[in-house]
Design a protein. Sequence first.
Length: 367
Amino acid sequence: MKFNDLKKQNKNLSKKFVNILQKKIKNSDFIGGKSVKDFEKNFAKFTNSKYCLGVGNGTDAIYIALKALNISFGDEIITTNHSWISTIETIVACGAKPVIVDTKNNFLIDEDKIEKCINKKTKAIMVVHLYGNACEMDKISKIAHKHKLPLIEDCAQAHGCKFNEIHVGNFGHFGTFSFFPGKNLGCLGDGGAIISNKKKFITKARKIANHGGLKKNSHVYFGMNSRLDSLQADFLNLKLNNLENLNKKRLNIANIYTTNLANIKEIKLPKIEKNITHVFHQFVVKVKNRKNLMNYLSKNKIPTGIHYPKLFNNVDYYKKYMKFKIKELKNSNSYEKNILSLPIHPYLTKKDVLEVCGKIKNFYKYF
């Protein structure tokens, strides 16, 4: 059993991948071109957004979105205490200060604690749709609109996730995505995308991603080199066709876990809200005696993970750049030591999932 079986995921498509590569070599269209335009069009359609820009990776996507909103030195960006490091890394790279907000029991930013962090230095709100789940976008959108603040949605783990039938990434100025190989929609390498429903925003982002301009030797902004290469765009176009089906398989696996682990009091399971289409990039639970449980599962050849070992307020290097009050981060800090990610990917069998459940029951002596 593997935590995320990329080999199985790509094996079924390997012949088509080879055909794509051979065609790419023959045509020599490695940068930009029809392949990238087709993917941008197709991913915009999938997310029901007006515009899409392919970029080099998910981290670049966030950074470009921030720069397109003119985020710079001295600015403050309100964001969550619990995510992958790219969330605060990109804010700091812009010279801005991440203002850290506590999370709820579902690991997502607590929307009720955002507004009190807003001041004259606040220039944007960035939310993270973590693990394939969606933040409370109705309330967050209203807060952003009330204070006339740009809103960025980090959707790196939320391909196909919807809130009230609206695909995440469409509530704010920008939605950013990662196509790292292990994501629900992943490259055979790296890639990312930005979606927006405002032409002026996506146009500026496109210029920033292309050395500051749309044409060669035209530089109207301080830019960078961040392109989704055409080979990865072709791979993504192929894989996008089956994404909804693979997400449904993830949901089925999550339901098996939920049904079979529901009576174990030492475990708190993720809750699926009726108005959210959860795509379960990760299946994260809160457990007692995590270290021993992980060791026990490992001895039984069941892989697990921790997403993520440290909350932002405990990442030493970035503490000097962030703004937070530790007493106001009680909820997120209460689970740092007990979160555990169980295997979940479309190629796990029901037998595999029941085996994981059985070993967990044995560990906690639920026979």
